[in-house]
Design a protein around this ligand. Sequence first.
Ligand code: ADE
Length: 386
Amino acid sequence: RDGGAAASSDAARSSAASSRAAAPAVPAVPPLGPADFKPRRHLGRGRFGEVLLTTHVASGGTFAMKVLHKKLLYNSKLRERARNERMINGQLGAHPFVVKMRYAFVTPKCLCLVLELAPCGELFQLITNHDSGSFTGKTFGRKFPEQAARFYVAESLLALEFLHGNDVLYRDLKPENVLINADGHVTISDFGLSKPGVHDPLKGARSMCGTPEYLAPEILRGTHEHGLAADWWTTGCLLYELLGGQPPWYTSPSKDRDRKKLFERITTAPLKMPRGVKPRLSKDGEHLLRGLLHKDNAVRLGTDLGAAALKTHKFFAMVDFDALLAKQVEPPFSPRTLVSGDDVGADEAVAWDDIQPEASATVHKMDIPDHRFNEIFAKFEYRSKA
Ligand code: ADE
């Protein structure tokens, strides 16, 4: 019997083996390419490429497609940033306030990230486009009432908490990167300057990069490494700009063309509270700004306790962060959809061949041969499960 059992199990094994051998080969999924996406019109431009409204041909879905021009990624640092961006987008889209990537693919000339559309565009569009009736509420110019600023900064800080929890230094928080989705909540986008593997508030990153007005003093000084605390500095800059209409230490280009002057002010000039905040800036708001915009990152708010230090600050006392994370807190402005799936304004009939670097873009000679470039991005393609 034992032998029989053995024999039958052998038979079972061999029949399983033969049925495996006979199974039809699973058809290989063809790689994604330009034919799968129809570019429709420009949504914005960046240093290495542009963002286009696009339709995914097979599903008819509307997305934002970020296109990076290969020829602008002419050295290893730039290519590493593109790889980081793809990697971070692929791993960290599972947060309510972080943009979700749906596809990624390469074309002969570009690297493309296809992202869920945040139809209301940048945070400031909510307020600067008020004349076109794009949000319901009063006209505030470029300034947000404290209550509204609190909401957008609170949602942004939850996104940063998530990124930091995954050892990612974001490094590019600014009103242009805080997008607004269809129901008025925040979507943080653009990981082009982000650095993975950073878990210390004071170290882990070295490169001097970011948006000039938002650069933390420790990045500008460049004498030491910087770490996650640089994101709490930019959180302070964001709150300041939402309240006052301009970043702290801002000098208008007409008054002062010199970047050096701006950098000197950021590193040495005392912080002046934003002017013209209506109604007056609260004591808690001022205290939070001073804590986040502390030039010494060792004592900056957030350095010791991370996001918890901000969430427990009195400025946020009335915010229920659990409800906020669950999107149960109603946004201060109910945006009329600026760009929606069906009503996206006129298409520009953009063809893939029209997607070219701007004439003013810096193009250096590529430091590696084509085949090496393609090897580096061989695993770029991505399709989300959902
Ligand atoms: N610009 C950059 N990313 C975007 C997105 N996901 N939606 C809308 N505009 C964008």
